[in-house]
Ligand binder design. Structure first.
Ligand SMILES: NC(=O)c1ccc[n+]([C@@H]2O[C@H](COP(=O)([O-])OP(=O)(O)OC[C@H]3O[C@@H](n4cnc5c(N)ncnc54)[C@H](OP(=O)(O)O)[C@@H]3O)[C@@H](O)[C@H]2O)c1
Length: 153
């Protein structure tokens, strides 16, 4: 099962200057409740971004696949140069950023989308999604976001 999880504004914005474009504690808690201790795939830019937030603390996931062209070794992380190895996982959360979402969208069984309310500026957008390929499985609304889960038809 491959699940993409992201937060976007109404225009599909997901990032600004290699950071999140907003601080939304409620959404972060939701994200954490789903991904903590899980097997995840992320891209190098997102990895750098997360390290800026976590600093010396370990990233809060189980098995981590990091996609990069770089020849690097990072303790506790499976550095990969193609998505093939990650695709073999039974249960994989794809946690971004935009380039990685774009690569993985065709493989996604589920989309977990948080629509963050408000107006933001940034430079990184989620790739185009054909929502006709999915059915809306759940929708929950709060003051700050709408939480949607789509399942591939
Ligand atoms: N709102 C959200 O839910 C959310 C979630 C995650 C991230 N973000 C935001 O998204 C932004 C980062 O996204 P991004 O698109 O710039 O970067 P990204 O997808 O995190 O990482 C891109 C990097 O991944 C590697 N890569 C991509 N395709 C590859 C391939 N086919 N083979 C090998 N390596 C490959 C390359 O690394 P190398 O250059 O090292 O080769 C590339 O530069 C940040 O602003 C972040 O805050 C937002």
């Amino acid at each position: 099962m491959i699940k993409l999880i992201w937060a976007q504004d109404k225009n599909g914005l997901i990032g600004a200057n290699n950071k999140m474009a907003w601080h939304c504690k409620e959404d972060l808690l939701y994200y954490k409740s789903l991904t903590q201790g899980q097997t995840v795939l992320l891209g190098y830019n997102n990895y750098v971004s997360l390290m800026g937030y976590y600093k010396d603390k370990p990233l809060p996931y189980g098995k981590i696949y990091l996609l990069t062209h770089r020849d690097i070794k990072i303790e506790g992380i499976n550095v990969i140069h193609s998505i093939d190895e990650a695709l073999k996982e039974d249960d994989l959360w794809v946690i971004g950023g935009a380039q990685i979402y774009k690569l993985m969208l065709e493989h996604a069984d589920y989309l977990y989308v948080s629509l963050i309310k408000g107006d933001y500026v940034g430079d990184t957008y989620f790739p185009e999604v054909c929502y006709d390929d999915y059915i809306l499985e759940s929708k929950r609304e709060s003051d700050v976001a709408t939480y949607l889960v789509y399942k591939r038809k």
